[in-house]
Design a protein around this ligand. Structure first.
Ligand code: GDP
Ligand code: MG
Length: 175
């Protein structure tokens, strides 16, 4: 039984500026980086114990994805779970998630793929453009969990990453 070596390949997607890097770095390194280079795409590994089962999260923090490139298609093929992020302060970033979802579905031939939605920057409530109900409505459409998160305050950060692993595990147990 080698579940401790199980690597979970997770891909973080969303419009530029929503906090993909901030959320990833907060999860992996417990820091809030305010000026992460928006063009840097990098993968991070973190050992975790979730529901008493160990595993290694391999998190790809994507960047610069305004085109449907071959590289993007490749990580959409390889990802076992996707964290789709919008910012509650930018409606457009919410709308964009429908495009990302469509891209995943197309690349994966419309088979079900584990997804978690994060409405980030929940600490900026005074600039809110997306209601919690809209986030919940999207999650219902995508049939996936939803959290409002704050990378700045480390609110619901672990929850999002743990939940995607739970989704991957439960899909695995179905297959
Ligand atoms: P990315 O392009 O999606 O990787 O976005 P970044 O992680 O680089 O974040 C873009 C900007 O939003 C940076 O200035 C971050 O400091 C800021 N940011 C990210 N997450 C949060 C958050 O939860 N709260 C606040 N207030 N700012 C955030
Ligand atoms: Mg980034």
């Amino acid at each position: 039984f080698q579940s401790g070596n199980r690597v979970y390949r997770i891909v973080v997607l969303g419009q530029g500026g929503v906090g993909k890097s901030a959320l990833t770095l907060q999860f992996v390194s417990h820091i809030f980086q305010e000026d992460h280079d928006p063009t840097i795409e990098d993968a991070y590994q973190k050992q975790v114990v979730i529901d008493n089962h160990p595993g290694i999260l391999d998190v790809l923090d994507t960047a610069g994805q305004d085109e449907f490139t071959a590289m993007r298609e490749q990580y959409m093929r390889g990802g076992e779970g996707f964290i789709l992020i919008y910012s509650i302060t930018e409606k457009r970033s919410y709308d964009e998630l429908y495009r990302f979802k469509e891209m995943i579905d197309r690349v994966r031939n419309y088979e079900s793929v584990p997804i978690v939605i994060a409405g980030n920057k929940s600490d900026l409530g005074q600039r809110r453009q997306v209601s919690t109900r809209e986030g919940e409505a999207m999650a219902k459409e995508f049939n996936c969990p939803f959290f409002e998160t704050s990378a700045a305050l480390r609110h619901n950060v672990e929850e999002v990453f743990f939940e995607i692993v739970r989704c991957i595990r439960s899909k695995e147990n179905e297959d």
